[in-house]
Design a protein around this ligand. Structure first.
Ligand SMILES: C/C=C/C(=O)SCCNC(=O)CCNC(=O)[C@H](O)C(C)(C)COP(=O)(O)OP(=O)(O)OC[C@H]1O[C@@H](n2cnc3c(N)ncnc32)[C@H](O)[C@@H]1OP(=O)(O)O
Length: 272
């Protein structure tokens, strides 16, 4: 695959298909396409490129190998306070840009999507998941607030009752279950995910570009009006980055053992 917009990490690939379709592929398959801090920044630069690129009419985002994207690389070195602040700014820009981009965005959820990965997939205009893909909200499982616009997008997609259940418990859903509750647009057999996404992209690329742009803008007014929710959840998530629970979750992940949150211990709860 060529790398049209190259911002240095080589871990996110971009290529044009015929007819103005841009494919973004998160390309760190051995780490299930989890994102390092430089990749978060690169992802933002790519969305800014998409906004400017006159050659692109529709965007398809997917993951290389078995996973779509499992969010933040929880095995990377501890984030500094400066890293956390930079993340907050990066997040704010990313969500605003994804909402502002007038070109339709389609997520092709080929496999596990967790945390930031799932939120990105859900913020796309159309989401197509493998029927057996594992989808996990995941933030609270690693001791951080469900930021990454989970608080923005989930209630609009599935209502507050399902949102609170899945966001607070981080219980996993399959792609088929996610389609049933309205979290994703479609679920299809795994091997059909990318072809189906490209087929829908091709159909949109042949459609009235102005009608599509204006319709997307009108629908996204629901989301842009709710940006204060995003700002709040992102700020709370960043506070948690410096906390003992997130440090324990990263340590547990590296040691491949169950997590034992200090805050649960302090409250007298059982270690889990
Ligand atoms: C600001 C952003 C915040 C967030 O995004 S919060 C969410 C953070 N993400 C997570 O907590 C997800 C962690 N990953 C998982 O829970 C599991 O993966 C899955 C349930 C998604 C899939 O499980 P399975 O199919 O058994 O695969 P596997 O053996 O766990 O993963 C394959 C390899 O990928 C690495 N990996 C997966 N996700 C991450 C990640 N997020 N950060 C770093 N590495 C990851 C693993 O360690 C392993 O590698 P090895 O074979 O060498 O052990």
């Amino acid at each position: 695959m060529t790398n049209l917009y190259n911002h240095g990490t080589g871990d996110i690939l971009t290529e044009h298909h015929d007819n103005g379709i841009l494919q973004i592929t998160i390309n760190r398959p051995d780490r299930y396409n989890s994102l390092t801090l430089p990749m978060f920044e690169e992802m933002n630069q790519i969305w800014a490129d998409v906004e400017r690129d006159d050659q692109t009419r529709v965007v398809v985002i997917t993951g290389a190998g078995k996973a779509f994207c499992t969010g933040m690389d929880v095995a990377q070195p501890d984030p500094t306070p400066q890293d956390a602040l930079a993340m907050l700014e990066t997040e704010r820009k990313r969500v605003a840009t994804m909402l502002r981009i007038e070109k339709p965005i389609i997520s092709a959820i080929n496999g596990p999507a967790v945390g930031y990965g799932l939120s990105t997939a859900l913020l796309a205009d159309i989401s197509i998941a493998a029927d057996d893909a594992v989808l996990i909200e995941g933030h609270t499982k690693v001791g951080v607030t469900a930021g990454d616009h989970a608080a923005l997008i989930w209630p609009l997609l599935v209502g507050m009752a399902k949102t609170k259940y899945y966001v607070l418990t981080s219980e996993k859903l399959t792609g088929a279950e996610a389609e049933r509750i309205g979290l994703v647009s479609l679920s299809v057999p795994r091997e059909q995910v990318l072809p189906r996404a490209l087929e829908v992209a091709s159909q949109l690329a042949r459609g009235s570009q102005q009608a599509l742009r204006f319709t997307k803008r009108a629908l996204n007014a629901w989301l842009t009006n709710a940006m204060p929710q995003h700002e709040l959840s992102s700020a709370l998530e960043i506070l948690d980055f410096a906390g003992a629970d997130y440090a324990e979750a990263r340590q547990a992940f590296r040691e491949k053992r169950p997590v034992d949150f200090p805050s649960a211990r302090a409250a007298g709860g059982p270690a889990n």
